[in-house]
Design a protein around this ligand. Sequence first.
Ligand code: ATP
Ligand code: MN
Length: 464
Amino acid sequence: MSVRRSSVEALLASQELDREVLVKGWVRTRRGNKYVQFIAVNDGSTINNLQVVADAEKFPEETLKDVATGACVAVRGTLVASQGKGQSVEIQATEIEVLGKADPETYPLQKKGHSLEFLREIAHLRPRTNTFGAVLRLRHALAFAVHQYFNDRGFFYVHTPIITGSDAEGAGQMFRVTTLPEQNPPLNEQGQVDYKEDFFGKATNLTVSGQLEGEVTAMALGKVYTFGPTFRAENSNTARHLAEFWMIEPEMAFFDLHDNMDLAEDFLKYLVRYALEKCPADLQFLNDQYDKELLGRLQFVIDNDFQRLTYTEAVEILKSAKQKFEFPVDWGTDLQSEHERYLVEKHFKKPVILTNYPKDIKAFYMKLDEDGRTVRAMDVLFPGIGEIIGGSQREEDLGKLQQRMQEMHVPEEDLWWYLDLRRFGSAPHSGFGLGFERLVLFVTGMTNIRDVIPFPRFPKNAEF
Ligand code: ATP
Ligand code: MN
């Protein structure tokens, strides 16, 4: 009779003992003595390993020699109550088949405690470590929760383009997309590359944001969100920036700035709560291994209201702060991450939503305040992260929007369709962008954004 394969997770949770089972996975360790060998098998379904017990009578050393760390095995046996500590059940093996050997001389993940820097260089194998297994399962849970949250609340998921013809959004430096030949590309009369000859008949780039197209669909479907890859050729070699990252961008008709803040806060709390509920073992591991305050910090975010204040109020607080900053603070300058983190970690000791920034340091599409100096922007700042969300109420008035575009040298002809939204049935609306990896960074307690995406893209790195 053939048994069906069970996941390690299902077997560890099983109450049905003394039955024949089959499990397949990768060997984490093998240890023991001349009477009995213990093989820890992990199949990725959970951070916990299943202990396989192999008696020497049935499995002499020669037959186990390939059952080494990193090898892939299929194990048949009886699921029994465990004799040892640390697990409730184990498999008493009757048959062990090595599906794929791993040479112990060359397998890179031999010992525990490899540095995260080293693991980045073997991004093709690091998913097999406890740490990256936990991060990837959490990443999945959070992505799933994003869709769950919006679906339950009547938002529609829209797919905005990845290749874009407008570089007007100004969120960051863009990557060019072209099929023109590298050698001797066609030139125009001015001697510049002639993009009229290019694939799309114009210069195109990878998108830095799906917002403008999000607004298009919000002006028809009411509440929408995008969740897709975003590209920024920024040469900022920081632990918070990637050249390719994923962004979640809800956009809602009839939402003002306050509705927008309420949504952002509720959304973030939902995501953190979801991770705590669905991934307790992974979070416990990360808490114990990397950051003893992780679980406490996550619970704190759920339990407390975010502090809301204006940029102007924040500047006052920063000016009277005892702390010396590297960059001076003055009304009108953009806040640096040291300022954001002072507000969150030292002053308020909780997440902060800053609003009503000076218009000159924010994008052209943000709605102008009555005073004509500030705009209805909102940034959500998180402990250890800094900015996790950037958003705003959008300018819905055609004339005011055109004026802002002129002041900020955004060419109208590129965005005629965006202006049409204000010409035909304009409506107050708002939205924001949540950097998915910054969320995963916060929830996992990891400290470098390169460690929360399977294959990070950053300056001088596109291996794998
Ligand atoms: P920052 O000032 O931190 O560079 P930003 O002002 O450029 O952020 P937005 O353009 O408002 O950010 O983008 C919305 C969100 O996307 C940010 O709040 C952040 O969570 C995320 N984000 C922005 N740039 C990056 C990046 N290079 N890598 C990862 N996430 C990013
Ligand atoms: Mn940026």
